[in-house]
Design a protein around this ligand. Structure first.
Ligand SMILES: Nc1ncnc2c1ncn2[C@@H]1O[C@H](COP(=O)(O)OP(=O)(O)OP(=O)(O)O)[C@@H](O)[C@H]1O
Length: 243
């Protein structure tokens, strides 16, 4: 299977503080890769360096064989990104924002189908500013999928979504994965990671502390429940025991 995302020796510091310490990541076509870690562990920084929106201090990055900084325009025909907060005009409505996004790409998916899949079709005429937090989050996933991408980056995929919506998002992504979509996500929800991810990496203060499958993570730990396993790797078990 071809490698879609290849990261070698990625490093990023701010002043004397190392945020990402020599990370290697390899994701094959059609795989779901989950980058995990506590708040501040370096997940978003890693994603931003991979996408070329932050400049790493060191490392090589290849997505679909392209360099995100040098081949930016070409690459972004094939890559979808879910932003936590998109920039949009105050009064723009959902369908207008989808149409504006469509205009940025040569080939696109029918946004109305995506809105339907994500339960947002009835909000097509509503101002984006009036959507609930969860509805906005779903809309940002729709915007990431509009370019019919080969690779999609989803930062904190389902934060703010209700249980039904989370399961609907998982179902939709599993369907797209079967069609060959490569997915790079971050998540704080271990049930979501277990349901979706083929491979995971756990970061602790910018260092890789586990890289492999969920099953390998469980087998190499003293625990069976994946949430406990994650906390063990991320060394947060004390906080967990105090709850
Ligand atoms: N521009 C910056 N200057 C200095 N430090 C920064 C800067 N941006 C991020 N950091 C620091 O880098 C560290 C990693 O941040 P990052 O946003 O990558 O974490 P994260 O794992 O995505 O966290 P979360 O789960 O809370 O989103 C944090 O300690 C953060 O304060």
């Amino acid at each position: 299977m071809e490698t879609t995302i290849r990261i070698e020796q990625l490093k990023k510091s701010y002043g004397n503080t190392t945020i990402i310490n020599n990370i290697d990541i390899s994701v094959k076509r059609g795989e779901v890769f989950g980058l995990l870690g506590a708040n501040g562990a370096g997940k978003s920084t890693t994603m931003e360096c991979i996408l070329g929106t932050r400049k790493p201090d060191n490392g090589t990055i290849s997505i679909l064989g392209m360099n995100p900084q040098k081949d930016r325009n070409k690459l972004f025909e094939y890559v979808g990104v879910q932003f936590q907060e998109a920039n949009y005009q105050d009064k723009i409505c959902v369908s207008e924002l989808c149409e504006e996004t469509q205009c940025l790409y040569k080939e696109v998916t029918d946004y109305k189908e995506l809105l339907k899949t994500f339960g947002l079709l009835e909000k097509a005429g509503s101002p984006v500013a009036e959507l609930s937090g969860g509805q906005k989050q779903k809309l940002f996933i729709v915007l990431a999928l509009i370019p019919d991408p080969k690779v999609v980056f989803l930062d904190e995929l389902t934060t703010g979504l209700d249980t039904r919506a989370r399961h609907d998002v998982w179902k939709c992504l599993s369907h797209l994965k079967k069609k060959g979509l490569t997915i790079f996500l971050t998540s704080h929800f271990m049930d979501e990671v277990e349901a979706l991810c083929d491979k995971i990496m756990i970061l602790k203060k910018g260092n890789m502390v586990f890289n492999g499958t969920v099953t390998e993570a469980i087998n190499n730990s003293p625990y069976e429940n994946f949430e406990e396993v994650y906390l063990w790797y991320a060394n947060e078990e004390k906080a967990y025991e105090n709850v």
